[in-house]
Write a protein that binds this ligand. Sequence first.
Ligand code: WT7
Length: 648
Amino acid sequence: MSEKIYDVPPEWATRAYLDDHGYKTKYEASVRDPETFWGEEGKRIDWFEPYTKVKNTSFAPGAVSIKWFEDGVTNVAWNCIDRHLDTRGDQVAIIWEGDDPSESRHITYKELHDEVCRFANVLRNRNVEKGDRVTIYMPMIPEAAYAMLACARLGAIHSVVFGGFSPDSIAGRIVDCGSRVIITADEGLRGGRKVPLKANVDAAIAKVPADTVDHVIVVRRTGGAVDMTPGRDVWYDEAAALVTHECPATPMNAEDPLFILYTSGSTGSPKGVLHTTGGYLVFASMTHQYVFDYHEGDVYWCTADIGWVTGHSYIVYGPLANGATTVMFEGVPSYPSNGRFWEVIDKHKVNIFYTAPTAIRALMQSGDEPVKKTSRASLRLLGSVGEPINPEAWEWYHRVVGEERCPVVDTWWQTETGGILITPLPGATRLKPGSATRPFFGVIPQVVDAEGNIQEGACEGNLVIADSWPGQMRTVYGDHERFMQTYFSTYPNKYFTGDGCRRDADGYYWITGRVDDVINVSGHRMGTAEVESALVAHPKVSEAAVVGYPHDIKGQGIYAYVTLMSGVEPTEELRKELVTWVRREIGPIASPDLLQFAPSLPKTRSGKIMRRILRKIAEDEFGNLGDTSTLADPTVVDDLISHRQNKK
Ligand code: WT7
């Protein structure tokens, strides 16, 4: 197999924090003596009370416990704002770029301080205290960041719900964490279209037990008409006019919760991934600095939404902890034209740009012209995150967008990991398109076979992490048992990522995708079980099985096999109705791309659906179905093959 390798550009070898030797030395130190390594690194943030203990973690079966800097006291908002005021109060903290290219705002650290304090006071006036949960359902506007930081300032735990989720999904998340306060906006604006955020919140509240939600705080974004429930709903600007811009930062223990973020797994409802204060911030800050080789004065842009962990760690917490200028973009890559990303890079002189493979693939389809029309002279580094990047997309990103002068950092991590775990460092790592390359400091990846045997050298298998790192999730909110079961029971004493991977002879990691029943659609994680339960909730559906299949733009598409109730006719209309139904139940990101009516599903004699076969059919690999002899009725397969839906 011929593999392309890109050397570190000479100018990078001199400007970057670390070269290859530096990486190796530091990596070895980090895994040889994590206590000393992180003990030093923890000092990158300010502590109100210094820690004396660094690492206290155990992956032991039935007793998983993860604590970092456990007796330290700090506050995340203090570290992201207040400690910068003396040195960079007038520096821009957030550049906000609106959906409409004529709208943008620059917010300095001083202004950020005042806005966050005001927001915190509005929450405080509604009895929000340390440990309370607050749900945030917002568009990509600065107030979303203010709201997160205001929670952090008070010690309240935020749960950001992506603005594309349905009322049902919001309701489930409100109930799971018991949040009495919701922060939203009248409407969102994306690609010129309005998103009815407040109306969705109203519909969500109608689905939760009465008296669950006490307050809804509504930020005015579009000025669109919304219903306001007296006594419960308040306009943010009206409430903010009544409070001051001073609010003390609550002292927080390093292990006090910072946020909950719901994410899909292979079974059950989405899990509330819980991240805590000290270790999370140290890890977000350190990875942001080294992976992006962030230097003072750089303009940094991550295109994620704050509804995902990437937005938490690499739009808000990591960059602001480092005193960076972080760009926040409300819109979409295709509006008003396919050149939007590159135009914004020129407009704000962006130096570091971090986006997802699905966006790269989509933009690649509109050719080189929209890119070449722009200068991109400010760009120095490109990043990728969310799913495996195919070498063609990597090469295009590198050659056309970065004009071969910008290294591409393909960063592998997860909601659960809090920050980047496997990644190149731009001054240190020779790049191979499609490989996330090597572990970050303190991270010990291992490849295991199905039985958990550790594989050596060049190999392929399942990816586990052998020991804790400070950004690791601490538990599933309210369900530690589920946390241990999901991540630590497959391979005892190891954190199981759910990903498969290959390691080559140079020790580089190539993530091959999920090995569980999770699919990755445009970098968004979906549990197949969630889509299935939405489908079977429809009165005409008796059974459903959902699998992923390769999709040119999205990486994976959603393929649904649906068995109807007896007597129901499979029509084109019903097919559309079911797709719309899933969209309404979960959100647009869960809409099946292809939906096939299946008179019956392939099952073993004990009644278990054989997903392996369904996956092969969806992948168009009919010749390679494997052993079908255990099927209760092997003829089912022929029917499925002859009615396979065609790709769009
Ligand atoms: C899953 C985690 C990481 C924040 C955004 C997604 C896949 C993520 C990569 C990458 C190959 C990747 C994995 C992982 N993934 N980054 N660079 N190369 N795969 O977070 O929603 O928790 O999803 O995304 O399969 O397990 P998430």
